[in-house]
Design a protein around this ligand. Structure first.
Ligand SMILES: Nc1nc2c(ncn2[C@@H]2O[C@H](COP(=O)(O)OP(=O)(O)OP(=O)(O)O)[C@@H](O)[C@H]2O)c(=O)[nH]1
Ligand SMILES: [Mg+2]
Length: 438
């Protein structure tokens, strides 16, 4: 999924991480890499130049307590998140909650209707679908088949002539549901007649969400398309389909930026379960392939996100704790007490007594010295601290301006926690985490 973009951006962030001091020339060079990566992946020129100028402006602006490198990482990350998703994530609001799917031929409206219906049904909503497609032959049959296979009620009629008939005839029954998903007809382009029809559907059904369905492979043409749909229908969000079939996908992400509406769902295959609520931050982290980015950022953000604490907790349980996770963990102890909560509920963490408590209660100064030390390590060393030998320890101490003792102290604390995480009863810990909703 977005493999090309992902690979290029991973390289970029690695490059930034490897630089201790960042010059203006570095910023320019790295931004050029980012621009190339985005353009190659069909993100529109306008969006790309907006990102670059925003990042450049934010890097220039001094901000309290942040180094230039931190400002660079943070602003680049934020800007990428904002391209990938704008505003609110999907939520079912007041009932009945009506979702209208619109888009061109074959974009995935009908199959995605069923996927979303299935997802929301699993979440406990009484969900139904209605086919208002009077254009594609056997449109109703297609939706009905998907509904029947997944226990979702479908309204509509065979050989539909007037698109709004199924709505008007069944309105009372439809409105008894928590969620109503409305599948509409597609066309190969946005002609006037089509616009008129779909505007009519919106007027009569009064949807809470109008979601534009865009296939990942759409390319640069998306800009005009998204604008057109938006001007006529005031869409509330984007669904990107077929993420599994396209290594690019930047075009579809552009739709979000152009319409200033969020991507709400993505679909990643033909099965009814192949759909996800879209979470921009998680998505960007996945594309960048780095828990590292978040941890590079954690000192920059005001709060550690619950999401990153969950991620750390999961890695902790799996025994795959990197130095960055470790840092995140001790820092989050101070910041949100979330790990403390886990620890306090775990009988076997009596073993915590074995850990030097001062490590877990690290002062701000200690944390910032750890941070400096970590910035002098390579990514590989951060992921696998065992690879650090005495000569590297000495180099790192020199590079970060602290004593070798400080470096060793960080590694020792990491080793203790890492050992503890391996000793713990994984099953019990997993069960506990599930209970806590992690
Ligand atoms: N691989 C893959 N195929 C998908 C995905 N979403 C949809 N498709 C396929 O795309 C094709 C078109 O999907 P439909 O849901 O029928 O598209 P539509 O927008 O309703 O099409 P019209 O009603 O003709 O406008 C079908 O063969 C789907 O199985 C996806 O996420 N991954
Ligand atoms: Mg269809």
């Amino acid at each position: 999924m977005l493999d090309n973009l992902s690979n290029s951006l991973k390289e970029t962030f690695k490059k930034i991480a490897s630089l201790n001091l960042i010059s203006d020339a570095d910023v320019d060079e790295i931004l050029k890499d980012v621009q190339r990566a985005l353009l190659r992946n069909d993100v529109s020129v306008r969006v790309v130049s907006e990102i670059s100028s925003n990042v450049r402006a934010r890097v220039k602006k001094e901000s309290k307590g942040l180094t230039k490198k931190e400002r660079f990482i943070k602003s680049l990350y934020d800007e990428l998140v904002s391209v990938m998703g704008y505003g609110e994530e999907f939520e079912v609001g007041k009932k009945p909650f009506k979702i209208l799917l619109v888009g061109l031929f074959g974009s995935g409206k009908t199959t995605t209707s069923a996927k979303i219906a299935f997802l929301l049904k699993k979440k406990g909503y009484k969900t139904c679908m209605v086919s208002l497609d009077n254009y594609r032959p056997a449109a109703f049959e297609q939706l009905k088949q998907l509904g029947d296979a997944n226990g979702i009620k479908v309204f509509g009629e065979k050989g539909l002539k007037k698109q709004l008939n199924p709505w008007k005839k069944n309105e009372k029954d439809l409105l008894k549901h928590d969620v109503i998903i409305i599948d509409s007809a597609g066309r190969d382009s946005l002609q006037d007649k089509f616009v008129k029809e779909i505007v009519e559907v919106k007027k009569i059904t009064e949807p809470d969400e109008v979601l534009l369905v865009v296939p990942a492979e759409i390319g640069q043409g998306v800009e005009a398309l998204a604008k057109n749909f938006h001007d006529n229908l005031n869409i509330t969000g984007i669904i990107i389909t077929k993420m599994d079939t396209s290594a690019k996908g930047g075009g579809a992400l552009t739709a979000s930026h152009i319409t200033k509406t969020p991507v709400k769902f993505i679909t990643t295959g033909e099965g009814v379960g192949d759909v996800e609520f879209f979470k921009p931050k998680r998505f960007v982290s996945r594309i960048l392939g780095m828990g590292d980015v978040e941890s590079l950022l954690e000192n920059v953000s005001e709060h550690i996100s619950v999401e990153s604490a969950e991620k750390t907790a999961k890695k902790f349980v799996s025994g795959k704790l990197s130095l960055i996770d470790f840092y995140e963990q001790i820092d989050s102890l101070n910041k949100m007490g979330s790990f403390k909560k886990i620890f306090s509920m775990m009988p076997q963490l009596g073993a915590l007594g074995k850990i030097d408590n001062s490590m877990l209660d690290s002062s701000k100064e200690k944390m910032s010295s750890y941070r400096v030390v970590m910035q002098s390590m390579t990514l590989d060393e951060l992921e696998n601290p065992k690879k650090l030998n005495p000569s590297r320890v000495s180099r790192i101490a020199q590079g970060s301006g602290v004593s070798e003792k400080d470096v060793r102290e960080l590694i020792r604390a990491y080793n203790q926690i890492s050992k503890l995480s391996k000793q713990m009863d994984k099953r019990k810990m997993n069960k506990m985490m599930r209970k806590m909703g992690l």
